[in-house]
Design a protein around this ligand. Structure first.
Ligand SMILES: NC(=O)c1ccc[n+]([C@@H]2O[C@H](COP(=O)([O-])OP(=O)(O)OC[C@H]3O[C@@H](n4cnc5c(N)ncnc54)[C@H](O)[C@@H]3O)[C@@H](O)[C@H]2O)c1
Ligand SMILES: O=P(O)(O)OC[C@H](O)CO
Length: 332
């Protein structure tokens, strides 16, 4: 049996497989395209997603998903959020009973508005104690370059969180644990939306005051939203909240920041999607998060303005003054 099987050989799946393999885990990475699996196995490279990175010799790759799953002691999922349900529907039956299933993803499903752990539980009919979510300030390329980084592994089961945290650690990557799955997952989803806003104002040409104002108010919005959905407030101050917000909003490596920047430069939603070569989860999360916020009566003016820019109903230059939609001053 392999200690870990990672599904999805994009930038994060490949990097996380490297993290696991560098920590000593016998790791198999599933790539949809046979030529990608071959390149990883034969050249120790994934040039499309991780240029310049040499992958560890112990990391094996395959394009045979069912063989990989049948041999897995733990399964890690790293495909775009809108694709997860179909992948599990097609191949979830190949996962052995009792195996922990870990989402590395940061999105909600359009339509159902479900978090990834909820999609897993619903589609595979597995107990929440077997499921975990990984989140944190984790820009893939920096970790693939072995720059020191922390993440948090969240599960309702302390045993599951601890087991995954022990697998996902090495001399450059450290995993903490928590039991707040709702907050940990929503942190990863919501910071993408703030990063879109930061990208937009960067594309417009605004500077650090504007960005700091949006990041600070964005964290307040994230916290209101997450707490209304059952998260712990402190999670939003942790790696999955503030930590990831700082990394994603501050880096040109972020695909959400990049997508926002294109919007700020005047490209339409359709143009931005066409230009992105990797997934920017925030683009698909805007509408379901806005719907979830409305259902709980949570006001999210920054999210609302990102939505208006995406829909072509607001000039990107107008986003910054509207940090709140209130006419009367409100408490910070
Ligand atoms: N890249 C990062 O820095 C990073 C860090 C943390 C979390 N994440 C999250 O990880 C998830 C994956 O992101 P990524 O960066 O690896 O994306 P990516 O665009 O780099 O790669 C996505 C991978 O999924 C595969 N894929 C696409 N559609 C598929 C389908 N229908 N079935 C199976 N495979 C499919 C692609 O071939 C590709 O290998 C996202 O939710 C993202 O938010 C990314
Ligand atoms: O490239 P992004 O915007 O998807 O962000 C990547 C990671 O989530 C950063 O933690």
């Amino acid at each position: 049996m392999a200690d870990a099987v990672v599904l999805g050989a994009g930038s994060w799946g490949t990097t996380f497989a490297k993290v696991l393999a560098d920590g000593g885990a016998d790791t198999v990475l599933w790539a949809r395209r046979p030529e990608a699996a071959r390149e990883i196995d034969e050249s120790r490279r994934n040039t499309r997603y991780l240029p310049g990175i040499t992958l560890p010799a112990g990391l094996r790759a395959t394009s045979d998903i069912r063989a990989a799953l049948a041999d897995a002691s733990a399964v890690f999922l790293a495909v775009p959020s809108q694709q997860l349900r179909q992948l599990l529907r097609d191949h979830g039956d190949a996962i052995e009973r009792g195996v922990p299933i870990v989402t590395l993803m940061k999105g909600v499903e359009s339509g159902t508005r479900l978090r990834m752990t909820e999609v897993i539980a619903q589609e595979l009919q597995v107990d929440a104690a077997r499921i975990a979510a990984v989140s944190g300030p984790n820009l893939a390329l920096e970790i693939a370059q072995q720059q020191p980084t922390a993440a948090v592994i969240s599960s309702s089961s302390g045993d599951t969180a601890r087991a995954i945290a022990k697998l996902a650690r090495n001399d450059y990557f450290h995993s903490f644990i928590n039991a707040d799955v709702v907050g940990t997952e929503f942190g990863g989803v919501l910071k993408n939306l703030v990063a879109l806003a930061i990208g937009i104002v960067d594309g417009v040409g605004y500077g650090e005051n504007t960005k700091a104002s949006i990041i600070t108010r964005g964290l307040a919005e994230m916290t209101d939203f997450a707490v209304a959905h059952g998260a712990e407030r402190k999670t939003m101050r942790g790696l999955a909240g503030l930590g990831d917000l700082i990394a994603t909003c501050g880096s040109p490596l972020s695909r959400n920041f990049t997508a926002g920047r294109l919007l700020g430069m005047g490209y339409s939603r359709t143009d931005v999607i066409a230009r992105m070569e990797q997934v920017a989860e925030g683009l698909a999360s805007v509408d379901p998060v806005a719907e979830l916020a409305a259902a709980k009566g949570v006001r999210m003016p920054i999210l609302e303005q990102v939505r208006l820019v995406l829909d072509g109903e607001m000039d990107p230059r107008d986003i910054a003054p509207h940090l709140t939609t209130d006419d009367e001053p409100i408490e910070e």
